[in-house]
Design a protein around this ligand. Sequence first.
Ligand code: BMA
Length: 826
Amino acid sequence: MTTRTPLDAGWTLRAVEAGPDVPAAVAGAVLPAAVPGCVHTDLMAAGLLDDPYLDRNEDHQHWVGRTRWRYRSTVALAADRLGAGRHELHFAGLDTVAEIRLNGRPVGRTANMHRRYVFDVTDLVVAGDNELLVEFDPVRTYTDAMRDRFGDLPAAYDQPFQYVRKMAANFGWDWGPTLVTAGIWKPVELVTVEAARLAPVLPLVTVEDLTGRVSAQVAVVRAEGCTGPLTVTVAVDDHQRTVELPAGADTVPVALTVPQVRLWWPVGMGDQPRYDLTVRLADPVTGAELDRWQARIGFRRVELDTRPDDAGTPFVIRVNDVPVAVRGVNWIPDDCFVSRVDRPRYRRRLTQALDANVNLIRVWGGGIYETDDFYDLCDESGLLVWQDFLFACAAYPEGEPIRSEVLAEARDNVTRLAPHPSLVLWNGNNENIWGFQDWSWQEPLAGRPWGLGYYTELLPALVAELDPTRPYWPGSPYSGSADVHPNDPAHGTMHVWDVWNQRDYSAYAGYQPRFVAEFGFQGPPARSTMDRATSDPTLGWDTAASTNRQRAESGQRKILDGLRPHLPAIPSGDPRRATADWHYLAQLNQARAVEFGIGHFRALWPHCAGTILWQLNDCWPVVSWAMVDGDERRKPSWYAVRRAYAPRLLTVTGATGRRPVVHLVNNSPDPWRTALRVQLHDLDGDLLGGLDQPVELAPAGRYSLPFEVPAAALLLTAHADGPPVRRLLAEDVAVDLPPARLRICPADLPDGSGVALTVEAQTLLRDLVVLADLIDPAAVVDEQMITLLPGERHVFTIHTDVPAADPGWAAPGVVRCVNDLSKGDR
Ligand code: BMA
């Protein structure tokens, strides 16, 4: 048998060679250490470090990443187990540059957070207690040495993240703090191999005409003296096959066919049946099981179709031969301290994506290969995963030892993630090919390697060798050819960032891309999130506390510039009021920008085969492009994305230019028959025209209807099956919106789960939002941004413990709309 003993208990932590910045209380202390975990979270648990997510605590904590830390534990081994076989230490993840010692003797060194390490310690263990030390160097010692070796390499940020195989965003990003972690971030085990064990299995899962096939090159690790034949049995549910591993051999190919499988489909396109795959290693003489490996697989085919067409180079992900209209979001690490992200938290976040009609999540290259829970939850729900190899926004060294680390890490993760049906694409890097082309890298590089060899040679060769069932794409953005600009809209994937950085969001309408893998617009997090994160009560767009929570270059100015063409100005004077108005307007503008962009791109279907919004989540409380904030609250943009990503989309483009086009896009697998109704009103709610028309759309069908509008019409309402879509036929700033008059009637929900908040409009009410978190930070509202005509009402359903009788629900500032901003400010 092979026994695996978790070594997660009894760890302590202390600073070694504590420098002058290390507080006295930490310098001599031996603290309890959580494994998996990291130094920052242990220090916080011991009361020795303030929460770096609050106020400006981050500024005073850089010593944590500059200190050498020693983890210590005791590994007990019973005397009768000592000679039982081969003893190994398995580290699923060490962050990052570490030296491991057992009983004072060296075991090994590590320099890569993104891979598993196995060390044979048979000759080092003793019966009884064994002292296990894992000592982490300050990562800068390593990055400084690599910088000396490779010279300065250009990057989008000046921290040395490209010189070490560690999560890049730890060094600070344009949405994240600089918190350079260290620690044992994944489980540790003592593995005792009595005869032989299985190496990690890489199953290739394919399907042809509903016949599933699983094949693998199964490798074993033998204990000394185990030289005879072994048997390997591979089983999928009750189908199984056994092969013999001859005496002395370490690998054997196995293959199994499974007739009449049920196909695994992306969410919204079918079910997600999964099958249990088991590989067993046994002694052929006694039949005793020596080791076992298990995974849950799904049978599906995936292809990336980039065959050139008349318009350029498409980028179409096909699953089971059906093109997927990608409605994606980009994922960043959900916490700077990644060991805190447990399965329930992954489930909450991925559920927020699914609830917003997302069908693909891109794991971005400045983060990590996520833990098994992440991919398992995606498999279960049908959320497709596009996985970047971990390179982002920099020129990377291609020499040793980095090259070998990249290779080892890629091998390990291609193997680890192979069972997951949700994983549909390996992507070489984030923006590095673009960076080389456009970000003035070529002169400082002066001909030195910058990573291209990884993206166009090493990684594609490795994916082709290890896992030919999955497509590989060299980077994002990438056009498919070295001769075409990497961000060419007509070819492959593109990132649309000029809109946020330089241009108004209406500029999305000028793009005809084939696939947009990044685009997005910033907005602040919920007020209660900001209130928790900072003790500055006037937190607004121009205070120091707020700008501390804005990490993007000129971010606050870009938010203001983005508001100006569309929405009233922020009032001067009372800073609390200015803050409240800024917050409402900036959140609203983010929501409108992403709905505008997605609506435009989806209306181009099938020319444009998908969008991946930047970004789903945040890693701490911050102003950012996220649609769910760092305290897990949905921003108004989340509701906008939910609308814009509806599988059956009803949207309107060209509204503010008074050339509206109503679009219906059917990304559901069934035909869509609906009665389209379009109505035109003036601001008093008088009906000025419209039409009723039955529409029938095939699966993957699209229908677009340009609309003539009479001069007096200012509001267009389109109805199909879902909630109506309303557009003002001009910018809010260009229209004389009436001062808001409304009645708010809160009532307890009959099932006691919260409040039904009815808003009755006595005038037009433009983009009503309920800031329920001001009354109850845990409140969740079902809908946001509702425009009402005079005489209409809308009921917001709010999940909350605060009863309807609480005066807060009707207090000023909780229900907001554009036209409650005073006229003088417009
Ligand atoms: C893209 C991403 C990130 C960045 C985002 C916003 O380039 O790849 O690097 O956070 O833009 O600027």
